[in-house]
Design a protein around this ligand. Structure first.
Ligand SMILES: Cc1cc2nc3c(=O)[nH]c(=O)nc-3n(C[C@H](O)[C@H](O)[C@H](O)COP(=O)(O)OP(=O)(O)OC[C@H]3O[C@@H](n4cnc5c(N)ncnc54)[C@H](O)[C@@H]3O)c2cc1C
Length: 461
């Protein structure tokens, strides 16, 4: 049994940087990774998808630049080249992350799968073969999440795609059927439509992006439909069957009736579940909830003292920046004597369809539910000078304002640079800058953020 000060399971967005910090602080640390350093974000999440979003945008621009007076006669989507570019960016990021770990003194990187054997001990099945037993007083679980595969008749018999395997395609599918109308399904759906696939998106709820306000999901639906993406809401996939020519027939139930859709590929994007089932957490007495997530307190400690869970595996918002923030909270509490908590931290996020949806704080629906004294302001991007000049006026800005305190409680920016404009509002929210100050704030003209003046003019009596 090898003894360490700290064991980290999973080199994701929290594990990697935490391992470095602990080792740099003099703690004998080991980090175990079963696949690739960098976890989902670097290898099959944010980095590769946003690389492809950029390629898809270039294809979109090739078609639409005629609107700004530049006609592109012809263009070709080279999926093999698009994949090659993505692979290179991912490999560089992964290698950089790995090198950073390998070059840190006091830190050992082990490739293998870790399983608990006791409260403070694990056994690692090494990728190169063999077993290794380790123990430490501090253990950090950062094992992330994986795609949920629903039980659907015939699904296991077709070579369905997940958000991971779709990234290996070096050709453009003829007709991509996307199961799930949330951000992963919509980002891939729009991308592949722009690469040239016919795309149909199935969503079992009454609307896509069901956690967002109605007007947001309606506007996103319209934007995607304008690109000839077919969206079927209130629809479930009942059965899939592949014929000998490789064509797939999907039977869907929509509006109480069964319909058949012929497609070439099926992408499963109905959600993600925590990677905890193989960890043998019961041997350490670590509790999980009914979905397998590891509950933690506000300082990210599990029910077992000295064992922490960070990132997607603990449940709650599943974003890279949240996992990274988990790491900063844990290390600053443990090593700098801080008293930080995850309670009430801001949870911004951005959906990278084009135009982007940047989101922060509460929605209009949540404000109503909480019976807050709020007003909602909206500004169409068609009234934003920069958007008009750029030639993309899709979407709108929206903010929820507390009329008692004048504070901004939430915002949704659906439009070009939506994530960046949202971040400006996030800074205002964090700095308690009230709407009436933003209304008269001097912003550079003509930036998108300048239009925040006009957004809050909507609250003039
Ligand atoms: C397609 C897609 C697009 C996304 N886009 C965005 C985006 O644009 N912005 C954003 O903020 N978020 C995005 N996300 C979400 C984001 O990727 C995750 O929230 C983030 O990676 C979570 O990081 P993590 O640290 O919890 O775990 P992960 O990054 O998933 O890392 C967990 C690591 O643990 C390893 N592991 C698991 N079990 C074991 C074990 N027993 N032993 C050893 N190692 C183990 C895994 O191999 C993995 O490397 C996206 C996700 C997907 C799937």
């Amino acid at each position: 049994m090898k003894k360490y000060d700290a064991i980290i399971i999973g080199a994701g967005q929290a594990g990697g940087p935490l391992a470095k910090k602990l080792a740099q602080a003099g703690k004998k640390t080991v980090i175990i990774e079963k696949r690739y350093v960098g976890g989902t974000c670097v290898n099959d999440g944010c980095t590769p998808t946003k690389t492809w979003v950029a390629s898809a945008k270039a294809a979109y621009n090739a078609v639409h630049s005629v609107d700004v007076g530049v006609a592109v006669k012809s263009f070709k989507v080279d999926m093999a080249q698009i994949k090659k570019r993505k692979d290179k960016i991912v490999e560089n990021a992964r290698a950089g992350n790995q090198k950073g770990l390998e070059e840190t003194k006091n830190l050992e990187l082990i490739f293998g799968e870790a399983v608990f054997t006791g409260e403070k001990s694990v056994i690692v099945e090494l990728n190169e073969g063999g077993l290794l037993e380790l123990e430490a007083d501090l253990i950090f679980i950062n094992t992330g999440a994986k795609t949920i595969i629903p039980e659907i008749d015939g699904l296991e018999d077709i070579k369905y795609l997940t958000s991971t395997s779709i990234l290996e395609l070096d050709h453009v599918p003829g007709h991509l059927l996307v199961l799930g109308g949330n951000y992963i399904g919509l980002e891939f759906g729009q991308m592949f439509r722009r690469f040239g696939s016919k795309v149909t998106i199935l969503e079992k709820s009454a609307r896509i992006l069901s956690r967002e306000d109605d007007d947001i999901s309606e506007a996103v639906k319209n934007i995607l439909e304008l690109e000839d993406i077919k969206i079927l809401t209130g629809t479930t996939l009942k059965k899939v069957k592949k014929n000998e020519k490789g064509k797939i027939t999907a039977t869907v139930t929509t509006g109480g009736k069964d319909e058949k859709i012929k497609c070439t590929h099926v992408l499963v994007a109905v959600g993600r579940s925590p990677q905890t089932e193989d960890l043998e957490l019961q041997k350490a007495g670590i509790k999980t909830d009914e979905k397998g997530y590891i509950p933690v307190n506000n300082k990210l400690e599990t029910n077992v003292k000295g064992v922490y869970a960070l990132g997607d595996v603990k449940g709650g918002p599943a974003f890279t920046h949240i996992s990274y923030n988990d790491y900063t909270i844990v290390y600053r509490n443990l090593l700098e004597g801080a008293n930080l908590s995850i309670k009430d931290r801001p949870v911004p996020y951005c959906m990278f369809i084009d135009p982007e949806l940047g989101r922060i704080g509460i929605t209009e629906a949540e404000a109503k539910k909480q019976q807050l004294n709020v007003k909602v302001v909206k500004l169409p991007m068609a009234h934003v000078a920069r958007a008009i000049e750029v030639g993309d006026t899709r979407g709108f800005m929206k903010a929820v304002v507390d009329m008692d305190t004048k504070k901004i409680l939430g915002a949704a920016i659906l439009g070009s640079q939506g994530g960046e404009i949202m971040s400006v509002l996030q800074m205002a929210m964090e700095g308690d800058i009230t709407y009436d100050r933003i209304r008269y704030c001097v912003f550079a003209h003509p930036t998108y953020s300048e239009s925040l003046n006009n957004l809050f003019m909507g609250l003039e009596p």
